[in-house]
Design a protein around this ligand. Structure first.
Ligand code: FEO
Length: 394
C-alpha cells in the first residue's frame, strides 16, 4: 500500500499485514491487521507518529521515501509495544536527527525493549505540546491502554486524535476510513475484549480524558481510521460502562457425551426461562469470539468432564484467560461429569481470583446424567434467571 493523504501534509504511511493470523502467539487475527504510522508535515518541523512492527520496517521506510521525506524531527512513540516501536531503530538509523518523543515511563521501556538510545529521547508530560510551526501536537497521557506507558497525541489544528491501540481494531483493509461499520464493530469489540477489557475501569477514565476534545478523526494504530468518531467512542462507552446483559456464556468440553447431554439440557432450560445463551465447544473455539462474548455476559457456566481428577485442560485454559481478561461477569457455576472421582470444581474455583463473582451451586454428576441431575440443572437455570431479573440485566 502506498502512502495515503488524510489531510494536506498529513499522511498514513503504515503497513497492512493481510496474512498475519496470530498475535502474541496467542490471539487469533481472522482478518489480519495493520500497523498504522502517520507523517505530519508542519511549516518548520516534521513528525512521525508511531512506527510499525519489527517485521515490516522496509514498508514504512519505502513510504517515507515515496513522499520524499529527507528529515524527521520527532518520532512520537505513543506506546512501546513492538508492533509499533519495532521499526524505531530502523527509522532512527535512517533519520539521524530525529528525536523520540514519549512519556517518561515509555522512555525506559524503549531502552529495555528496543535498545533505543536514551540520549535521543525527549519525554513529555501530560498535556504538554510541541510546535511543528503551523501545527501543534498535544500529548495526553492515557496509561493502561493497555500498557502503563501509553499516551495519545492530538493534532490541534486538524482535530485528529492519534490514539494508538485505544479505539483500534485488528482489521486489514484497503479502506483508509471505516467503510463498513458492522464489520468494524465486530473487529473493534474483539480488540477491546482481548486487549482493553482487563483495564475496564481505567478505560472509563481515559474516555473521560478525551471527551472534551473536539475530534474530527480518530487515527488508531491498528485498523481503519474513524471519520465518524462518535461511532467508536459510543461503542467503547457501552463496553466499558454498561451493566452486563441477560446472557450466559457456556464454554464446555465433552469427551464421551455425558457433559454434552448436560449442556444440551441446561441450554434448553435457560432459553425456556428467557436467558440468552452463548455456547462454545472448546475443542475448536476461537478464543477471540469467547472473549467478545464475555464483554456483555452476566454469567459464565463452565462445562467440563474430569481428566486425571481435574478439569479438562481446554477448560482450564479458557478459565485462565477469562480470569486474566477480568470481564464484568457477576455469577459463575460449573456443570460436568466424572467417572470415578475428581476435584474439577475445587481446581476451577481456585483459578478465578480476579473475578468478583458469586459462585452458584455446581451440578456434577457421575457418568451419564440422570433424572436428579437434570432437575439440578433446572434449579441452576432457575437461580440464574432469578438473579438476572433481580439485577435488571436485560
Ligand atoms: Fe498494538 Fe499494544 O500494541
Amino acid at each position: 500500500m502506498k502512502p495515503r493523504e488524510i489531510k494536506p501534509g498529513v499522511y498514513w504511511v503504515g503497513a497492512v499485514d493481510w496474512d498475519r493470523r496470530l498475535f502474541d502467539a496467542l490471539i487469533p487475527l481472522p482478518d489480519g491487521t495493520s500497523y498504522n504510522s502517520y507523517l505530519i508535515q508542519g511549516s518548520e518541523k516534521t513528525a512521525l507518529i508511531d512506527t510499525v512492527d519489527a517485521a515490516m520496517p522496509d514498508v514504512l521506510l519505502n513510504n517515507l521515501k515515496q513522499l520524499g521525506v529527507d528529515r524527521i524531527d520527532y518520532v512520537v512513540t505513543n506506546h512501546a509495544e513492538q508492533d509499533h516501536s519495532g521499526a524505531l531503530p530502523a527509522v532512527l538509523d535512517r533519520y539521524p536527527e530525529a528525536k523520540v518523543v514519549c512519556t517518561p515511563k515509555c522512555q525506559g521501556m524503549l531502552v529495555d525493549l528496543m535498545l533505543a538510545p536514551e540520549e535521543r529521547t525527549v519525554t513529555v508530560e501530560d498535556r504538554e505540546t510541541i510546535s511543528l510551526g503551523n501545527r501543534t501536537l498535544e500529548f495526553i497521557h492515557a496509561p493502561w491502554v493497555h500498557w502503563p506507558e501509553t499516551m495519545v497525541t492530538y493534532l490541534r489544528e486538524e482535530k485528529i486524535l492519534f490514539s494508538c491501540d485505544f479505539f483500534g481494531s485488528h482489521l486489514a483493509t484497503s479502506d483508509l476510513f471505516v467503510a463498513d461499520e458492522g464489520q468494524l464493530y465486530e473487529a473493534a469489540k474483539r480488540y477491546y475484549a482481548e486487549i482493553m477489557m482487563p483495564f475496564r475501569t481505567i478505560i472509563q477514565k481515559n474516555l473521560e480524558a478525551v471527551k472534551n476534545y473536539a475530534i474530527d478523526i480518530i487515527a488508531p494504530s491498528h485498523g481503519p481510521l474513524h471519520d465518524r468518531p462518535e461511532f467508536i467512542t459510543k461503542a467503547y462507552h457501552s463496553w466499558a460502562f454498561d451493566d452486563p446483559k441477560n446472557i450466559v456464556v457456556l464454554p464446555y468440553i465433552s469427551m464421551h457425551g455425558s457433559t454434552r447431554k448436560m449442556v444440551e439440557h441446561f441450554v434448553g432450560a435457560l432459553v425456556q426461562r428467557g436467558v440468552t445463551v452463548k455456547q462454545f465447544d472448546l475443542a475448536g473455539t476461537d478464543v477471540g469470539k469467547l472473549a467478545m462474548a464475555l464483554v456483555d455476559a452476566a454469567t459464565v457456566v463452565l462445562g467440563t468432564p474430569t481428566v486425571l481428577v481435574g478439569p479438562h485442560p481446554n477448560v482450564a485454559h479458557a478459565v485462565f484467560l477469562a480470569n486474566a481478561l477480568r470481564p464484568n461477569i457477576k455469577f459463575v457455576s460449573i456443570i460436568g461429569s466424572y467417572g470415578w472421582g475428581g476435584r474439577a470444581v475445587e481446581q476451577l474455583s481456585a483459578m478465578i481470583p480476579n473475578l468478583k463473582v458469586e459462585v452458584l451451586e455446581p451440578v456434577i454428576c457421575k457418568g451419564l446424567p440422570k433424572e436428579s441431575d437434570f432437575k439440578a440443572l433446572d434449579n441452576l437455570a432457575d437461580a440464574i434467571a432469578v438473579k438476572h431479573k433481580a439485577n435488571n440485566y436485560v
